[in-house]
Design a protein around this ligand. Sequence first.
Ligand code: ADP
Ligand code: MG
Length: 318
Amino acid sequence: MDEFELIRTYFDRPIIKQSVVMGIGDDCAIVNSHSDKHWLLSIDTMVEGVHFPAQLSAEHIGSRALCAALSDLAAMGAEPEFFTLAITLPNVNNEWLQGFSKGLFSIAEAFSCPLVGGDTTRGPLCISVQVHGSVAAGKALTRKGARVGDDIYVTGVLGDGAAALACITEEMPELKSSQAYLLERFVKPEPQIELGKNLVGIASAALDISDGLVADLNHLCKASDVSGVINIEQLPISPIWKQAVSAQQAIAWALSGGDDYQLLFTAGEDKQASLAQMNMPITKIGKVIEKQNETSQVSVLLGGQTYTIDSNGYKHFD
Ligand code: ADP
Ligand code: MG
């Protein structure tokens, strides 16, 4: 049973509550605020050894935790409003807490997103951040609206998340020359809030890439009841470290490496001109097509031929 089947089986229940506009299944839940805005909610947990290596500094753990959580608001085109923090600590270490708090509030201030509550307990280090955002009622970007014929785009560059982890854990000495860049990307994976807001009214569907490009495109295709085809030649693989590793490794990280926190979105061909005018760092990587054999699928092409990948993205359970 993988993580998604587990959620479907044990947690996803019909919601009969007027205030809930949309529940489980997207990057955030959407809640009616009884004004012209909807509230968006999302929680993200980080566990030592799973989401960050034990040697990461407290300041960097703080900044990464909030950046990753805010990325789910960016995915839906929301403006960050405030957040809550649940922290489990093995002991009280003032130096550690000072660093953590510095990292956390540097991001909170950069995104005008104050901490308004939380919970503190003792146990193995674990950090949960629940972010709350807002968007004009009915305008949130969801995973659902992709239509056959739409173009598929990503923001920024791909593969940094996986390359950064390989660099930090010193698995790949060839990444040493890109160390400063990769460490910065790992500890501050900038949530694409401005881009997300700009895509409201333009993107037909969107999500943020946390599990890996192919795995997340699969989520979007399933939610939209379509299939997708992407071309490796078009992927914006990060130029900073691309030459330092084999082409196969670079492609694997761009396709299946997690934690890029870039946005993946679809938009109709009629939106091409508006997107070009906005001068945003986005790249067209493929097309939305009809479901194949009644199922939503993602095809990856290299030179027009099917490219087989050996990983389907990061999953906590398999
Ligand atoms: P993301 O990668 O965007 O943070 P996830 O893959 O973690 O999203 O979760 C997929 C969906 O399942 C989301 O809508 C999330 O809110 C929901 N979800 C995950 N875990 C649980 C849980 N324990 N109870 C209820 N909903 C959950
Ligand atoms: Mg997400």
